[in-house]
Design a protein around this ligand. Sequence first.
Ligand code: 1HN
Length: 346
Amino acid sequence: MNDALDDFYAELRAHHLEALWRINTKIMPFEPRPRAKAWLWRYEDLARLAELAGKLVPIDRGGDRRVLAAINPGLVEAYGDSVYGATATLWGAVQYLGPHESAPGHRHSPSALRFIVEGSGAWTTVDGVRLPMAPGDLVLTPAYAWHDHQNNSDEPMAWFDGLDLPLACYLDAQFFEFYPTGELQEEGCGGSPPPTGAQPGVRSSLLKYPWRDTEAALEAGRANPDPHDDVLHRYTDPDTGGPVLPTLDANIQLLQAGVRTQPHRHVHSVVYQVFRGRGETIIDGVRFAWERGDMFALPPWAAHEHHAVDGDALLFSITDGPVLRALGLERVLGLDAPQEITGEFA
Ligand code: 1HN
């Protein structure tokens, strides 16, 4: 009898089939069991290693970007070296340009944004529009927009890069082109139509969200805090009210001194970068202490709550919320009681 069953399973395998009852709890758990782990990358390490990369690795003409990407160790455990992301869908990285360095033009199907934590004197050019970058600014490089970066100052410059690249990789939907000259765009050169047949989504008419406006929105938001996120400002496309990029939401939240947010869970994953201040986020019972410039990843469905330590703190973040909502896969659940702390991230 068992021989017959073993033979049957072997024959299934030989025909490249599998029986649902052998895999159902793996592929259909009662709730998400993400392979990505909650993780934190310290700015101390990011800044030091980015600077070292600046010394060791020149940016070749026609080459690419000096970017150090967050690689989630839980994804590596599950999938080996075929997945590169801070979460299964989100790329988070630090990009570094030395004094008077530039990163040449290119464009691609994944959508990207930059958030500046520190430094000034550099700009990103998007379809010929020069966008100076200063702390607190958010700059978009939508799908198929030509973009290059230039640092004309005597100081190095580093910023956070967020992309939907892991998702695009999973969907095998990456297209990439070098700028035709292989160099920087001329200011005012304009964009180009997307490659034949490409169907990029809605592009926000606003490509830069300056800190001044964001700060004003946050100050106004103090009057209307959210129990789970305190003062949350979602960056939006001014024409549609929708997300800044078809696949990505960008948010910044002010954690007011003395406020402890209530825990909640959601299916969208998040990559945070600390813009200002210090604080703690409890994720599934583990305490993550953070300070300026640190980057941390929140996997799908992880319980989390935040609080600032020593005054106000500001967290910038990206999420794949627009994807989850478009697919009908989002779920958001508030939790009643603060989490019990069971460990420290070290
Ligand atoms: C990219 O185009 C940039 O333009 C940064 O600054 C990071 C990571 C993967 C693929 C493209 C940039 C990137 C990227």
